[in-house]
Design a protein around this ligand. Structure first.
Ligand code: FES
Ligand code: FES
Length: 231
């Protein structure tokens, strides 16, 4: 309390001096000398410096505080992918495609547009094709995710993978994993689908090489392979 009072007295004292005319101060012999720095200019400088430090400090502190308040908090989740359970630390805005590629190293899932336009990131969620770039990884907790790496079973190719080899239907094949996963979804949903059905089913995919006719041949062959496996 005494310290506080002393500070207050000191401030009053300084304010009083600041109000004084410099001429008066020099006459008082306050702060004059060879350096030409009077007590008044020293005090003014100190006050200005203090204010500057205070402002700078405020500016430095504010973003830190804001950053701490808005920084995403990573959470540990369990993810079922290709029949295995993985424990992963993810952030709230992580997409499934990002986590598959950069968290689990399953790079068969491609990222083309990253905004639900090209289909390169397609994976199966409970056997239904979805764009991995447009679904948050939190949304697939407790669901079964299948990527192109998980199609082969015990060394046996999936009917769609076999069809790709049979037809050699892709050029650069960047789009292939997405098409393949959608075809796998079609084969599962309706192995009796026609070429026209496949064309509609695959409408959400873009092949930049424009290889659509061969891709539809592949889809037809995949459906044939699936029917042969079932019979
Ligand atoms: S990367 Fe997901 S739709 Fe293009
Ligand atoms: S084969 Fe090249 S993008 Fe489809």
């Amino acid at each position: 309390m005494d310290e506080l009072r002393e500070d207050t007295f000191l401030q009053d004292d300084l304010l009083e001096e600041l109000r004084q005319d410099p001429q008066e101060l020099e006459e008082d012999g306050v702060g004059s000398g060879p350096s030409n720095v009077t007590r008044r200019t020293f005090i003014q400088g100190s006050v200005a410096t203090g204010a500057a430090v205070s402002i700078a400090g405020g500016n430095l502190l504010q973003p830190d505080v804001l950053r701490a308040a808005t920084e995403p908090v990573a959470r540990t989740i369990e993810l079922r992918v290709n029949g295995e359970t993985h424990e992963l630390e993810v952030e709230p805005m992580d997409t499934l495609a990002m986590v598959l590629r950069y968290g689990l190293d399953l790079t068969g899932t491609k990222l083309g547009c990253d905004r639900a336009e090209c289909g390169a990131c397609t994976v199966l969620i409970d056997d239904v094709p979805h764009y991995g770039c447009s679904i948050l990884v939190h949304q697939v907790r407790g669901r079964e995710v299948t990527t192109v790496e998980g199609l082969e079973q015990d060394g046996v190719l999936h009917p769609v993978q076999q069809a790709v080899l049979d037809e050699m239907g892709f050029q650069c094949a960047f789009c292939a994993p997405g098409f393949i996963m959608s075809m796998a979804g079609l084969v599962k949903a309706n192995p009796n689908a026609t070429r026209a059905d496949a064309q509609k089913w695959l409408a959400g995919h873009i092949c930049r090489c424009g290889d659509y006719n061969k891709i539809l041949n592949t889809a037809e062959r995949a459906l044939e392979n699936a029917r042969a496996t079932l019979s």
